[in-house]
Design a binder for this molecule. Structure first.
Ligand SMILES: Nc1ncnc2c1ncn2[C@@H]1O[C@H](COP(=O)(O)OP(=O)(O)OP(=O)(O)O)[C@@H](O)[C@H]1O
Length: 298
């Protein structure tokens, strides 16, 4: 094989790796060429507007659906043909868990636990108590938030090397959400668990994620360290008289009624801001994560 075409060690061993992932539904294109490699121990927060394609990306990454194009690998194996050995190392919690709804919470956890060599039955029991789930209640009779809690307990108790959570906090109350974030941080810190979770809640990202990726218009933007975003991106405001000097490469561009421009700009390879930031009358503002997303997606 041509050395140039050989995959790097990083991409072949990565807990998750996708290249050129593209998918469309009847309504149109959702993913238009997504590349992502998750290094071991990363806690990646995937953010994007409703309908941006986060669930589709997650499902394609894990081989739960076949994308129209592209490649997805989990611990080096093709996602669509994962061996049982790799499946044991993964826990996935969908946005709306529905599986095994005819079992009680305790029955489901006992049953599923048999498939995981590192299953922590004591943890599962303790979490059911802590999160007020009656062990003998049927999953089908639980509220969406309770159902989501049971599935999160399942994921955590399996002590996976890779945990993928699709909007895990969506139906959780603030106390359970805080517990979950603490568990994620603990697992990532102590056991080096790799985590990917999608969310709309920027403060959750700031609390627990090491990295963020923003899914927008079918592509991943801003895939970088959470702390890095504040250093790397800013809002440049240019008065109308200077708008012709706006840089061509920007992440977003809004023209105001008075002709002035607001642009989200990025530092160059050597850490420099675009030249236009030095123009008389130009203003560069720092952006918090939430503002950054609103500027780009709004
Ligand atoms: N099975 C399907 N058939 C047709 N369209 C679909 C299907 N699944 C998703 N879509 C559409 O694809 C787009 C992306 O959906 P997806 O659920 O991946 O987005 P999301 O970012 O997870 O959204 P949300 O944040 O609202 O959960 C949406 O417009 C959705 O309506």
């Amino acid at each position: 094989m041509n050395a140039m075409l050989q995959p790097t060690i990083e991409s072949t061993d990565a807990p998750l790796m996708v290249r050129g992932l593209a998918h469309s539904y009847e309504g149109g294109k959702v993913l238009t060429g997504v590349d992502l490699t998750l290094a071991p121990g990363t806690v990646l927060g995937l953010i994007g507007r409703n309908g941006a394609g986060k669930s589709t990306l997650i499902r394609a990454m894990l081989g739960l659906m076949q994308p129209l194009a592209g490649e997805a690998r989990v611990f080096g194996e093709p996602a669509l043909k994962l061996s049982d050995k790799v499946k044991e190392r993964i826990a996935y919690v969908p946005q709306q868990p529905e599986a095994l709804a005819w079992l009680s919470a305790e029955q489901m956890l006992d049953y599923v636990g048999r498939f995981y060599p590192r299953w922590d039955a004591a943890f599962a029991k303790a979490m059911l108590r802590k999160w007020d789930i009656a062990p003998n209640r049927l999953l089908a009779k639980l509220s969406p938030g309770e159902r989501q809690r049971v599935d999160l307990i399942r994921a955590l108790a399996s002590q996976p090397e890779l945990m993928v959570l699709d909007e895990p906090a969506a139906a959780l109350d603030p106390v359970a959400r805080r517990d979950l974030l603490r568990e994620i941080a603990l697992r990532a810190g102590d056991a080096g668990t790799t985590v990917l979770f999608s969310t709309h809640i920027v403060s959750d990202l700031e609390r627990v994620a090491s990295d963020i990726a923003f899914l927008h218009e079918g592509k991943l933007l801003l895939h970088c360290g959470v702390d890095e975003t504040k250093e790397r991106y800013a809002r440049l405001w240019l008065p109308a008289s200077m708008s012709a000097a706006a840089p061509a490469q920007v992440l977003s561009r809004h023209r105001h009624e008075d002709g002035s421009l607001s642009l989200v700009v990025e530092r160059g390879a050597h850490g420099q801001w675009p030249e236009a930031t030095g123009l008389p009358g130009a203003r560069l503002d720092a952006l918090g994560l939430e503002d950054l997303f609103v500027e780009i997606a709004g």
